[in-house]
Design a protein around this ligand. Structure first.
Ligand SMILES: *Cc1c(COP(=O)(O)O)cnc(C)c1O
Length: 393
């Protein structure tokens, strides 16, 4: 397709390269479970890999391949592996690199279920995990054991907005022959390209910024090398956490506007962060675009923009958080993030309410923490909504 040297926005529109024989401008939805072979010989060649024809949708499908190629292009990787959800991608990575007796080092404040499965499911297969503050290189170094087979990062992390130095951790990992996987959901390849920074594998919950319209749950893994791609692909196929063609079509459509959506949401978010930081009822604001963020300089170095996610704390603690949730009118009171609509949630009383106090603190969640995913509405309306919601908290 000769798209290698085009810019990011052109790739968003034109990458994928699956052309419909009838000339449709958009890759069609190949809504089929199976594909017929031209002959017995062709069938055998498809299975042996001599021919790259399609066999069965769990193994591969043109609509899904279009999205996989696009994401690989955007992340500067070798290949993409689409999954039914972000957690499908996370578990495909864990199961590919970790066997009984192995150990994984994981960012402490990682997405809840990415940590939850390592605590509750993998121990029964004899797989151990250490959760550390990966923002501190020393902590990562100390956590590495002779049986460490994977370093799993999330940066910026959810919901603490902590940033990990991907270059430094990747160098350390590679000295110890350990692959690095990073969850790039919060930044997207528009703002951060972890494979260029040294990571081996990138994954996404495409449910968030990549699709961007809150109407799909989907995941993606992109590898830097063919070798890692060939390890991961059969695991996804055999686990059966493949994507559906219709899901791939909608995600590919949402992806086309990634940069303009993020530009607008980020511009709004910078204004909202300034507003919140000067509000008397707000105790603290964590946003990589604010000078007060502990890794402001690192964020500037490894990301091309601070994104559209903010965490902030309320002076009134838990009660104030709950009150504010009931007061918002424009922002949707909902989990998830990265969509065109502003979403707000209070982890202590909502997503993380079942955790013990110690568990919440381990995940970086204090009772006063509110998480905001800033959308692309008029910024005055977002700020006015927050302003009226903060009045009596
Ligand atoms: C949402 C999310 C996931 C999980 O993705 P699903 O698509 O919901 O399975 C993983 N990591 C991060 C950072 C997320 O925000």
């Amino acid at each position: 397709m000769g798209l290698k040297n085009t810019g990011f926005n052109s790739k968003l529109i034109h990458s994928g390269g699956i052309k419909d024989p009838l000339g449709s401008a958009v890759t069609p939805i190949y809504q089929t479970s199976t594909f017929s072979f031209k002959s017995a010989k062709h069938g055998s060649q498809c299975f042996s890999g001599e021919s790259d024809g399609y066999i069965y949708t769990r193994i591969g499908n043109p609509t899904i391949l279009d999205l996989e190629r696009t994401m690989a292009d955007l992340e500067n990787g070798f290949g993409g592996i689409a999954t039914s959800s972000g957690m499908g991608a996370v578990n495909t990575v864990y199961l590919t690199y970790l066997s009984s007796g192995d150990h994984v080092v994981c960012t402490e404040a990682v997405y809840g279920p990415s940590r939850g499965v390592l605590e509750n499911v993998y121990p029964k297969f004899g797989i151990e995990a250490s959760f550390v503050n990966t923002s501190e290189l020393k902590a990562v170094k100390e956590a590495i054991q002779p049986n460490t087979k994977l370093i799993f990062l999330e940066s910026p992390a959810n919901p603490t907005m902590q940033i990990t130095d991907v270059v430094a951790v990747s160098e350390l990992a590679h000295k110890n022959n350990i692959p690095v996987c990073i969850d790039n959901t919060f930044a997207s390849p528009y703002l951060q390209k972890p494979l260029d920074l040294g990571a081996d594998i990138v994954l996404h919950s495409m449910t968030k910024f990549i699709n961007g319209h809150a109407d799909i749950v989907a995941g993606m893994i992109v590898t830097k090398t063919e070798e890692d791609f060939k390890k991961l692909r059969p695991m996804m196929v055999n686990l059966g956490c493949n994507m559906d063609p219709n899901q791939a079509f909608l995600t590919r459509r949402g992806l086309k506007t990634l940069s303009i959506r993020i530009d607008k949401a980020q511009e709004n978010c910078i204004k909202v962060a300034d507003y919140l930081e000067s509000h008397p009822k707000v105790a603290w604001v964590k946003f990589p675009g604010l000078k007060s963020h502990p890794q402001y300089e690192l964020a500037k170095k490894q990301m091309s923009g601070p994104g559209a996610m903010i965490s902030f704390g309320l002076n009134g603690g838990y009660k104030a958080g709950e009150k504010m949730m009931n007061n918002v009118q424009l922002a949707l009171l909902a989990v998830s993030l990265g969509g065109i609509e502003t979403l707000i949630q209070h982890p202590a009383s909502m997503t993380h309410s079942k955790l013990t106090i110690a568990g919440k603190l381990k995940a970086g969640i204090t009772d006063d923490l509110v998480r905001l995913s800033v959308g692309i509405e008029d910024v005055e309306d977002i700020i006015n909504d927050l302003d009226q919601a903060l009045k009596d908290v």
